[in-house]
Design a protein around this ligand. Sequence first.
Ligand SMILES: *[C@@H]1O[C@H](CO)[C@@H](O)[C@H](O)[C@H]1NC(C)=O
Ligand SMILES: *[C@@H]1O[C@H](CO)[C@@H](O)[C@H](O)[C@H]1NC(C)=O
Ligand SMILES: *[C@@H]1O[C@H](CO)[C@@H](O)[C@H](O)[C@H]1NC(C)=O
Ligand SMILES: *[C@@H]1O[C@H](CO)[C@@H](O)[C@H](O)[C@H]1NC(C)=O
Ligand SMILES: *[C@@H]1O[C@H](CO)[C@@H](O)[C@H](O)[C@H]1NC(C)=O
Ligand SMILES: *[C@@H]1O[C@H](CO)[C@@H](O)[C@H](O)[C@H]1NC(C)=O
Ligand SMILES: *[C@@H]1O[C@H](CO)[C@@H](O)[C@H](O)[C@H]1NC(C)=O
Ligand SMILES: *[C@@H]1O[C@H](CO)[C@@H](O)[C@H](O)[C@H]1NC(C)=O
Ligand SMILES: *[C@@H]1O[C@H](CO)[C@@H](O)[C@H](O)[C@H]1NC(C)=O
Ligand SMILES: *[C@@H]1O[C@H](CO)[C@@H](O)[C@H](O)[C@H]1NC(C)=O
Length: 469
Amino acid sequence: MMWSPVITFLLLTLSTICYGENPGAKILVKEQGLKKGVEYLVNKLMSNNTEYQLPDVSGSENIASEDMNYEFTQIRLVKFHHGNILSDWVPETGMHVSMENGSATINCNWKIDSWLIRDSGRGILTISGLSISMMMGLRRIDPGVPSISLLDCQSSIHNVDIQMLDGVSYVYESLKQPLQDVVRATVNRQLCSAIRSQSTKWDESVSHLQLNVTLNPFIDLDVSLVGNPEITDSYGCLGLKGLFRTHNESHSEAAFSPAPLNISIQDGAMIYIGVSQSSLASLASAYYSAEFLTFQVSHMEGSKALTTAELATYIPEISQHFPNSLPVKILMYATRTPMVFLHSKNITVQFGGSLQANAYSSEAKHESIFSANIVASFQVNMSMSEAIGARGMNLTASMNLNRLQIEGSQPKENKVAVTEKAVQQLIHGLIIPSINENLSRGIFISSSFLKNATVYPEEGFATLAANIQ
Ligand SMILES: *[C@@H]1O[C@H](CO)[C@@H](O)[C@H](O)[C@H]1NC(C)=O
Ligand SMILES: *[C@@H]1O[C@H](CO)[C@@H](O)[C@H](O)[C@H]1NC(C)=O
Ligand SMILES: *[C@@H]1O[C@H](CO)[C@@H](O)[C@H](O)[C@H]1NC(C)=O
Ligand SMILES: *[C@@H]1O[C@H](CO)[C@@H](O)[C@H](O)[C@H]1NC(C)=O
Ligand SMILES: *[C@@H]1O[C@H](CO)[C@@H](O)[C@H](O)[C@H]1NC(C)=O
Ligand SMILES: *[C@@H]1O[C@H](CO)[C@@H](O)[C@H](O)[C@H]1NC(C)=O
Ligand SMILES: *[C@@H]1O[C@H](CO)[C@@H](O)[C@H](O)[C@H]1NC(C)=O
Ligand SMILES: *[C@@H]1O[C@H](CO)[C@@H](O)[C@H](O)[C@H]1NC(C)=O
Ligand SMILES: *[C@@H]1O[C@H](CO)[C@@H](O)[C@H](O)[C@H]1NC(C)=O
Ligand SMILES: *[C@@H]1O[C@H](CO)[C@@H](O)[C@H](O)[C@H]1NC(C)=O
């Protein structure tokens, strides 16, 4: 009994060591998604390898009570059809991929040597009823990259047909069957060893994947793996770091501690990508450190130029100071990292910054109308649709002002003293429509294989659910 607190303590300590780091993002792939993905990969790998060189085959066989040496060289796979592809997740291990009833056409040179006959020529092998079954292991290795391994491989060939194009045909008719048996056994032996060496190459290339992705000259995204993939009968799930950072930012990592992210699987979609609130917070922080959060809100593309007269409809006092209407520019910039809150029914963004309105008497000369430090909370809606005229998705959004407060006292050089209510109305009537006009045009996300994507918030994260085509 006296040991149990110690053991509990040890277990807790161990569990924080092993699971201390939650992924900031997750990619969950359902069986149908795996199937589509494997089909895509097989087609991609095979479409290029129309001419695949295979190792030479030689040996000696006792055929019709004669010892016969044979040699097949210059063996080239010229046509391959994989047949039916089946794939499943294998819980806690990886995946099982099989091809059934595939076929192949192979060109080769042959040489036969026995006391009865010595001859050579070209030949065509047609292989049918080809089946390959592979068990692949999938895990994480340091420093957070995937590793794949071939755990098991089995193959069988139902039928081989040899056509010998040169030489004396009647001789080969009698040799054909035994030769076909030899070739079938040999090709079958070679298949899995060829796949084994290929899978070593695949592992080599996935383990060299660059998982610190450069998004723009200032911001990186770290998508290295956090922990081994979680694999069940119905899905495989990769936990990714999901941390955005500026190139010169090294200290932010300690503050990055995502909450557990539990994607709710809904019927239908093949792939789910969950992005945590922490991950979005690191994005906001990186944008803020890179000084990207300055908006000229009144002069966004498409919206007409703003004037002091127009501004006076929100803040009447302005017309006293600017009897002649002048063009106005409103600048809004963040003075701290914006915060994003994801809930199951709503997304809220909290923005702390400064709002400045300047009147331009000429291109180069301007004077401040007012400036104010604000804390504003916005509610955001997002939706995803197919992009028009390009392969990809179109993310559109709209926002609403929830709350606004003016922080601190207004600067002395303000011509106009603004009230909270006036700024609220200004943001509501002028700035939000202008931002929404911009957001409604959509952000294009290039993607050649995601289809019918939807995006929705959940408690603490946002999910993108899609099909794979
Ligand atoms: C396929 O062929 C293209 C062009 O020849 C080449 O750039 C690409 O790397 C090849 N892909 C594979 C998987 O071999
Ligand atoms: C195997 O493939 C051949 C054509 O390549 C087809 O005629 C045959 O019906 C297939 N058999 C099965 C069991 O799918
Ligand atoms: C990504 O970059 C970080 C910081 O520069 C580094 O600690 C980490 O090992 C890198 N991850 C990979 C997978 O290269
Ligand atoms: C995730 O959610 C499902 C139900 O949606 C629940 O059964 C499961 O226990 C949750 N897992 C974790 C780790 O919270
Ligand atoms: C990081 O880079 C940004 C953009 O180049 C720069 O504005 C900022 O001052 C830099 N921060 C540090 C801590 O060096
Ligand atoms: C957003 O949703 C959460 C829980 O679903 C709720 O507690 C919160 O009040 C909502 N916020 C707004 C601004 O509607
Ligand atoms: C995105 O959606 C908006 C609103 O429906 C539309 O105006 C815009 O043309 C779309 N953009 C693309 C690239 O599909
Ligand atoms: C978001 O959508 C809800 C329901 O469709 C709607 O009531 C609300 O006004 C929308 N909010 C914004 C900011 O567009
Ligand atoms: C408005 O849209 C343009 C291009 O569509 C973009 O460059 C600009 O950053 C957007 N502004 C805001 C505040 O989103
Ligand atoms: C996308 O949705 C449409 C309509 O619901 C459906 O017809 C189509 O098959 C879907 N595409 C994919 C790849 O799931």
